[in-house]
Design a protein. Structure first.
Length: 133
């Protein structure tokens, strides 16, 4: 299902990931089989060539510890276009009835902004569960 998203502002090129505390994301496997959780970005967003999306980062940090991920936004877009989403953290087996949670933050490399007033709008994240044995 889909839920309304976040409005992220105040990103400073070369600065710390924002929002400082991260946006919370919860994923529950309500099925009957274990699933691997993956992520991609479908088409339909607006960039207007104001940002170099290879230099915009999505930072995923598991709540409760564990290794986080820092992935370029362009990599998630390419994964969506290819139909091969990227695995999210250590969620190679999210067992039936279990929930995983993490924070999502964003950062910009110091040279990510192509023109002033850079924005990205209508950006969707597809979290996908694929049955595993």
């Amino acid at each position: 299902s889909s839920v309304p998203g976040y409005g992220i502002g105040g990103l400073v090129p070369g600065g710390m990931p924002m929002p400082a505390n991260g946006g919370l994301v919860y994923i529950k496997n309500s099925g009957t089989a274990a699933e691997a959780v993956s992520l991609s970005i479908p088409s339909g967003f607006t960039n207007a060539d104001t940002l170099d999306l290879t230099k915009v980062h999505v930072v995923l940090s598991p709540i409760g510890g564990g290794a986080g991920q820092n992935v370029a936004l362009q990599d998630l877009i390419d994964a969506g276009a290819a139909g091969i989403p990227l695995t999210v953290g250590n969620t190679t087996h999210l067992f039936a009835g279990n929930t995983t949670s993490f924070t999502i933050r964003f950062s910009l490399d110091s040279d990510a902004v192509v023109t002033t007033g850079a924005t990205v709008d209508n950006l969707d994240f597809d979290f996908i569960g694929t049955a595993v044995s």
